[in-house]
Design a binder for this molecule. Sequence first.
Ligand SMILES: Nc1nc2c(c(=O)[nH]1)N[C@@H](CN(C=O)c1ccc(C(=O)N[C@@H](CCC(=O)O)C(=O)O)cc1)CN2
Ligand SMILES: [Mg+2]
Length: 311
Amino acid sequence: MSDTTARKIIKVLMISLTLPMKSVYPQLLDGKALAQRIQDQLKAEVERLKSTYGRPPGLAVLMVGDHPASAAYVRNKERACTKVGIASFGQHFPADVSQSEIEQTIDRLNQDPNVDGILLQLPVPAHLNAVYLLHKIDPDKDVDGLHPLNLGRLLRGERGLQSCTPAGVMRLLREYRIDLKGKNAVVVGRSILVGKPIALMLLEADATVTIAHSRTKNLAELTRQADILIAAVGRPNLITADQVKPNAIVIDVGINRVIDAQGKSRLVGDVDFDAVREMSQFITPVPGGVGPMTVTMLLQNTVFSYTRTHS
Ligand SMILES: Nc1nc2c(c(=O)[nH]1)N[C@@H](CN(C=O)c1ccc(C(=O)N[C@@H](CCC(=O)O)C(=O)O)cc1)CN2
Ligand SMILES: [Mg+2]
């Protein structure tokens, strides 16, 4: 048998072995496992920084009111800080706190040399001007990447602090060596926290990007053309299997608490996971996909902000 014939036979065998595997068992983009690995690395880095410079990196999470989901996210963030050795300077305000009291706290934290990162947990009660509060945070301590200067840097493709959820998505795509060059990426959702920044990041990675939103006509027509589909709306089952291109890469940023058929509370994304996983190439689960990466990117941004002031 010639070399060429042998190579052809091997190729046919490989294709017949991998094709059914791919469609029945799409690969999960395991954010939980990757987040754990990055946190282990950050822990070692934080120890080194602490012994070199005499203090750990510090993060201040500001939370207003008692929204149960927000309280759980803040607890997650503080727990993750403790795990990697970052000091927490969080502050919890009552729901009726005044705008000026939070502004004064931000001013104080901006000046505090032990604090490298400041974030305002969103949403805040309606009587507060969240945009103005975000503007108040020192851009060098803006570990959520929501200050106009950091968003402007992102727009220009400059290095800077970047929003945690989109940065986490990009890190996941990189980890699984997903090539974005020239690929059609469709982002469903246009929030400042996820939709807009992720679109800019994908563009920077040479993808061809479309942003869809609640007013988009013929959404399914667009999503069916997506090699990379990002769902970031916050609506359970928004993306169904008939809206997804076979072998697409599906990133589910949604976090929705629903009551299942057994009457149990359950966390789901924006994607009909069971149906879509059958025909996608890669998909993120909820929970265990993008969520854990969000918290990990926050820790990474805090360490980045610390190292910038010590270099
Ligand atoms: N200032 C900010 N506010 C909000 C952000 C943000 O990035 N900055 N994002 C969301 C909430 N969020 C972080 O704040 C967040 C949500 C979910 C997770 C997460 O780890 N989810 C887990 C499941 C957790 C569970 O069981 O409830 C997962 O998906 O596996 C982390 C962070 C809105 N506000
Ligand atoms: Mg998740």
